[in-house]
Design a binder for this molecule. Sequence first.
Ligand code: SF4
Ligand code: SF4
Length: 376
Amino acid sequence: MALVDDIKDFALDLGYCAVGIGSVEPFGQFAQALEERREDYAKFPYLWPMVDPRNAMPEAKSLVVVAYDYHAAGFPAELVGKIGRAYQARCYLAPVERLHGARTQLLRQFLERAGCRVGPWVGSRTGVPERQAAARAGVAQFGRNNFACVPGVGSFIVVHTFSVDVELPPDEPTESLHCPPKCQLCRQACPTGAITADQRLNPRLCVAFNTFTTRGEETGVPIYVPREIRPQMGSWVHGCDVCQEVCPKNQRKLQANLPVDPFLARKAREFDLFSLLGMTDEYYRRVVQPMMYNYLRDQSLFRRNAAIALGNGGDREAVPALAQALGDPAEVVRAHAAWALGRLGGRQARQALAAARGRETGPAAEEIEAALAVVG
Ligand code: SF4
Ligand code: SF4
């Protein structure tokens, strides 16, 4: 049997839902998109070398691209709408000591045993624009929402790409949009208007980016979430699935009543926004970190997101917890708790804000003043 057949068999046996082979030519569309949106992506410098897979591996001759369906099981109602499914599923940027990280290692080892040199991972990435690679390798098609979608599976997938120094026969690319001509459901549903055109997403507006992109100055997505975005974040504390939830390509999965992943069912019993807002190191280690290790490692930003979500919840039962968060050690949490109290309003919220007023001098002081100006 040819090497390419062995690779595909092994990948599918590992549980990937699709596998394909692509060439290592530069990604022209990706380069063009970066060029057109130089300002949007100026603070994401790792993107530019990804235009050419040979920047990460000069001797690369083929790309082996695999997709994993992370919605084979269902998700607990307590977590849906709060944590993006990709993060609940623990398969995105998974460490090697976890099942999903180990799967990529097993495929890498198989390729090496088959005589291929395999390209390095650059940081936590493979040095290749993975969704573009998936389209080139015939594994997935793009939607207007910019997500890659495996036919018959949907867009709740994660893609991994391995550059190899062996020439393998490429599969037929699937680079066209999969969307019906008139469908705009994702653009219409996006709470912030972040999808500005077909396959164009403004990361600064995207709820997901605002929940988990934390490098502030470096990325242009600020740690203090812009006030106009906060109400649109709803109950999301890590990621956002709205533009995938409305997509017709995902309805079969979403309506299938799949059995819930038992690990998530167990975590969901302990997960709530109040616990997240006031979390201890032990709660973080036991409940939060196993599901949400992907981007956020700063616990204060989970507390920040919990404060926003409680403010958006509209339930004044959250006021005492948010009042307590005005004493959080992290100013970013105190500031967003003040905003949330202003949003919930009421006498108790006003009293808490007034009591905290004299203790602050920086961004939290500004948030308290703004909240006091609107609190009912
Ligand atoms: S992830 Fe959410 S905020 Fe971002 S583009 Fe999709 S719907 Fe909009
Ligand atoms: S919602 Fe419609 S336009 Fe958006 S990705 Fe899905 S099919 Fe395409």
